[in-house]
Design a protein around this ligand. Structure first.
Ligand code: TYD
Length: 214
């Protein structure tokens, strides 16, 4: 399904671990509902029964995977998610708010693990041709904030990575945002209410632009 035939809109939240995406994803859904939109919230890896099983494998800190395996499993979970959740929701005119999508694969498996970008591009074209977010909010936090905010959590395999990994992931997101106009970078290191206000502005601006287009 391409953008001309889909009726809903697809919004993703991205950024390094500990950036506060999950909290903001709920806020984004709330703002859209206040505009009268039907909203489906979901996340990656996951979003389907198989996707959640793959998520367990992918985040299991005890069984590190080859970067290639990790990349293929991310796209396997994504193929199910796009086919069973994202595309049907968009076709029904619902808005989809998704916590992470393929931009995470470029940043984590590409910049973080060293998988070639052209391979990720090929897998994306194979897995979800024509299905890209209309708007992506990338919450940017420095590696020190990521590690500081994660101190309270039981860490999964990704969250046990060192500062160098997070520096590469963060730079990956920022560089990708420079090339893709749909990605809006928001400084997530500020106080929660300031970040929330910036997220709200970006979503309201997107809805206004669409309404203006009719
Ligand atoms: P997330 O659900 O955001 O973590 P949290 O446990 O904080 O809610 O994401 C899980 C991890 O998966 C995160 O460290 C990033 C990683 N990830 C990738 O490496 N590649 C991907 O394509 C996706 C979607 C996630």
């Amino acid at each position: 399904m391409d953008r001309a035939t889909r009726r809903g809109r697809f919004i993703t939240l991205e950024g390094p671990d500990g950036a506060g995406k999950t909290t903001q994803a709920e806020r984004v859904a709330g703002i859209l509902r206040a505009h009268g939109k039907e909203v489906v919230t979901t996340r990656e890896p996951g979003g389907t029964a198989l996707g959640n099983r793959l998520r367990q494998v992918l985040l299991d800190a005890e069984t590190p995977l080859q970067p290639t395996t990790e990349t293929l499993l991310m796209f396997a979970a994504r193929a199910e998610h796009v086919a069973h959740v994202i595309e049907p929701a968009l076709a029904a005119g619902h808005w989809v708010v998704c916590d992470r999508f393929t931009d995470s694969t470029f940043a984590y498996q590409g910049d973080g693990r060293g998988i070639a970008k052209r391979d990720i591009e090929a897998l994306a074209a194979f897995t979800h041709p024509g299905c890209w977010p209309d708007l992506t909010l990338c919450l940017d936090v420095p590696p020190a904030t990521s590690t500081e905010r994660m101190q309270e959590r039981t860490l999964d395999g990704f969250e046990r990575e060192d500062g160098g990994f997070y520096r590469r992931v963060r730079e990956g997101f920022v560089k990708r945002a420079e090339r893709e106009t749909r990605i809006v970078v928001i400084d997530g290191s500020r106080a929660l209410d300031v970040v929330t206000a910036a997220v709200q502005d970006a979503v309201e601006e997107f809805v206004r632009r669409l309404d203006a287009q009719g």
